[in-house]
Unconditional design. Structure first.
Length: 474
């Protein structure tokens, strides 16, 4: 079979960066003439783009690879590719546990995917993992490669790769490398290019976005002997927000220790930047925050949040919290409950601590918290957050929200689903079919902890696209 007639599936296991890498993998394989399909049964190549942030991600991968062994045996010429953070971490271990895998690649050589698939067909199984990012603009930043997106109206834009922080629980710095910012002009060019193809919403991606540009400023100072070494994120927000055609700018994730007033002012002063802050707390206990090396206290976190709300009174705030960090006592956890209640979150992503080999927290074995206690804490936190979320949602009933249409509702195909500027899911009725990417005004008529119900008031702007857009390349 020729490469051109081949079909592929990419399955994504991780975060937004991992999803964005999947779009690049899809883009690269499509550029080779291969066709994306939804189902393994049709596919000749299955790519698993893995994550290793928590242990269950590992278990999920090796479970899936077990099924794929049978899938591969069912037809001659089928190939299995394992990419992403878990292969970066496990390296030769992936093939050790699943020798039937054809290609193993890591986080720093996504640009090689299509070449490796082609080469493996000729020479047999290949493992290729780079130790660090190749400092070449064409491959360093994902968006300089072809990208095949599933949606027409929104897009991720990488502004920074890697992470220089040392959070005691986190494997990301080990698998994504050191922090490198993408030049501002390159980001603005990409956003302008996306806007020209009909994208109206962009999400800026980095592990620690508010330190964006510090390395660029330092390099400039070294070269010119002048200038400050301050991060450039506030400037970036303003400039991205000014790109014609961009109606919504989002970003993830900021780090509370680096959250500065200039960023909050840029959010408040740039119409396109959405009134939503994802602001990872991790723990409400100062003792645990110190053990985690987060670099802030609960008071400092709350103080920044108060400032954010002073500048943006109608701000939605979401967070990440880890329950059961080694040594977390009942008192520590009660502090988390208190801070969560005071922060008045719209929603939280709550994670159970998972030891990752190679991280500091994984060595604190004698302080691991009993799983039954952790499960109980997880549930208590869920109740507190659902209560604040529901109250905040109920307060929106009767208000008009700008909504971007995503498609038919998964809960009820008779309804349309969309996202408010707060990034809340809203389901509403429409007599006309509505294209994904259409902007509309919707009145909120119903509240639940995890979504809103609404009534269409008017269409503001029709989506430009009728169908999925093909592969785009800068
Ligand atoms: N850079 C981002 C987070 C990336 S990881 C930030 O600093 O906010 C996403 C989330 O996964 C983290 O915020 C944390 O809550 C969770 N997480 C990371 N490592 C974990 C671990 N070992 N166990 C449980 N949760 C973890
Ligand atoms: Fe991990 Fe901390 Fe870096 Fe986020 S800031 S990626 S939690 S080390
Ligand atoms: Fe993301 Fe998982 Fe890697 S959270 S950065 S895909 S370890």
């Amino acid at each position: 079979m020729t490469q051109e007639s081949q079909k592929f599936v990419v399955r994504t296991f991780g975060c937004q960066m991992n999803e964005h890498d999947s779009e690049r993998i899809s883009g690269l394989l499509s550029t080779e003439g291969m066709t994306a399909v939804d189902d393994d049964t049709e596919a000749d190549v299955v790519v698993l783009n893995t994550c290793c942030i928590r242990e269950n991600a590992d278990n999920k991968l090796y479970g899936t690879l077990g099924h794929l062994k049978t899938w591969k045996a069912q037809r001659e010429g089928r190939q299995i590719v394992v990419a992403g953070c878990l292969s970066q971490k496990d390296r030769d271990g992936v093939r050790g546990r699943a020798p039937w895998v054809d290609v193993v690649l890591g986080t720093h050589n996504v640009h090689r995917t299509a070449d490796l698939v082609r080469e493996a067909r000729v020479i047999g199984p290949i493992t290729e993992i780079f130790d660090e990012a190749v400092v070449d603009d064409h491959v360093l930043f994902p968006s300089a490669l072809p990208v095949r997106r599933e949606t027409t109206w929104n897009a991720w834009v990488t502004i920074q790769i890697g992470c220089d922080n040392t959070c005691a629980y986190c494997i990301v710095p080990a698998v994504r490398g050191r922090e490198i910012s993408r030049p501002i002009d390159q980001i603005l060019d990409e956003v302008a290019h996306l806007a020209a193809t009909g994208v109206t919403e962009v999400t800026l991606l980095g592990q620690n976005v508010n330190s964006y540009g510090r390395d660029l400023a330092l390099a400039e100072r070294r070269e010119t002997g002048s200038g400050s070494a301050r991060p450039l994120f506030a400037r970036l927000l303003r400039e991205v927000g000014a790109v014609p055609g961009i109606r919504r700018v989002r970003y993830t994730s900021p780090h509370p220790k680096d959250m500065r007033t200039d960023v909050l002012e840029a959010m408040a002063g740039t119409t396109a930047v959405c009134e939503h802050l994802h602001y990872p707390l991790q723990s409400g206990s100062d003792r645990v925050l110190a053990l985690m090396h987060r670099g802030y206290t609960a008071d400092r976190y709350l103080e920044r949040l108060t400032e954010a709300r002073r500048l943006m009174p109608d701000l939605a705030v979401t967070t990440d919290i880890i329950v059961g960090f080694p040594g977390e006592t009942e008192d520590d956890f009660v502090r988390t409950l208190e801070v969560a209640a005071e922060a008045d979150f719209d929603s939280t992503y709550t994670f159970i601590f998972s030891p990752r080999e190679g991280t500091e927290a994984a060595t604190m074995v004698e302080h691991f918290v009993d799983p039954a206690i952790v499960a109980d804490r997880f549930e208590r936190l869920r109740i507190v957050v659902e209560r604040t979320a529901l109250r905040r949602h109920e307060a929106r009933v009767g208000r008009l929200e700008e909504v971007v249409v995503e498609g038919p509702s998964k809960r009820d195909p008779g309804l349309v689903s969309g996202r408010t500027r707060h990034n809340k899911l809203i389901h509403f009725a429409s007599t006309e079919p509505m294209r994904p990417g259409t902007y509309a005004t919707v009145e909120v008529i119903r509240a639940a902890p995890h979504f809103l119900g609404g009534r269409l008031v008017e269409v503001l702007a029709e989506a430009l696209h009728k169908v999925r857009i093909p592969v785009a390349s800068l």
